[in-house]
Design a protein around this ligand. Structure first.
Ligand code: ADE
Length: 259
């Protein structure tokens, strides 16, 4: 996969895109990365990328010419990129989006700044993505989040192929189960004994039940679309009702291991 970004702060990507798992995946040739500077497509002495909005109002907008010219140039070489614009007005980014994007050959991530982008440029987007219902100072952080979530799904990026499949949002749409490492007892808290039992079937059953309980406790909104058996769905209904009753009494359980 090839990932490219277009922004006025290409240096923001330096550390994140070349460190840790992303850095190793790049070294191994699992993906390649380039951060383009939008100002390279300006033609004035001040390398201007913004202008005042028609109709007045606070702040500046990104003007269309540099963006359009950059997109013309970048799209004229190599495989056709899948072009993503980052904006709070986009579709919310989810693990499902990351999985879909991991199948693309080339991603071009366009990062806005200031109060937004001239609306006409959005015609060039294959999709618009929002990271969530809050406003960032620019799209660069959103692009890094998306690149990170996508690259770790590419075959070989994590080393251990299983670890990307078994975690929150991938396994049946539930949150991930609790995990522990040594010591077995620490500051008065013990690891659930079943995890020390060596009985793999029981451990798998415990993990599934624990994932269900945690999801009911912390993200009950995920249950509706989770891939559950009839028995698990019934259990989820009970847990959610119990948590709601507890919360109503002001006595919600403080951990998510409540049964
Ligand atoms: N740019 C500014 N805020 C954003 C958000 N929430 N998601 C994506 N891009 C943004």
């Amino acid at each position: 996969m090839r990932i490219e970004t277009l922004s006025v702060f290409p240096e923001m990507f330096d550390s994140v895109m070349h460190a840790s798992i992303l850095g190793r995946a790049e070294e191994r040739g699992i993906f390649s990365f380039a951060a383009f500077d939008l100002r390279d497509w300006t033609h004035d002495r001040h390398r201007t990328v913004d202008d005042e909005p028609y109709g007045g109002g606070a702040g500046m907008l990104m003007k269309p010419e540099p963006l359009m010219e950059a997109l013309d140039d970048l799209e004229s070489t190599g495989p056709r990129p899948h072009v993503i614009f980052f904006t709070p007005c986009g579709e919310p980014f989810t693990q499902r989006t990351a999985e879909r994007l991991a199948g693309e050959e080339r991603l071009l991530l366009v990062c806005g700044r200031y109060e937004g982008i001239d609306e006409r440029v959005y015609a060039r987007a294959d999709e618009r993505i929002s990271l969530g219902d809050y406003v960032l100072t620019g799209g660069e952080l959103a692009a890094m989040v998306v690149a990170d979530a996508v690259v770790r799904l590419l075959p070989g990026a994590l080393g251990d192929e299983m670890s990307a499949q078994d975690e929150s949002f991938s396994a049946a749409g539930l949150l991930e189960y609790e995990q522990y490492t040594r010591p077995a007892s620490f500051r008065g808290q013990d690891v659930p004994p079943i995890l020390l039992s060596g009985d793999h079937a029981k451990i798998a059953a415990w993990r599934r039940a624990n994932a269900l309980e945690r999801t009911c406790r912390w993200r009950p909104d995920l249950i509706e679309h989770a891939d559950l058996t009839d028995e698990e769905r019934e259990r989820a209904r009970e847990l959610i009702a119990r948590n709601a009753a507890g919360a109503a009494e002001g006595a919600a359980a403080t951990d998510c291991g409540v049964v």
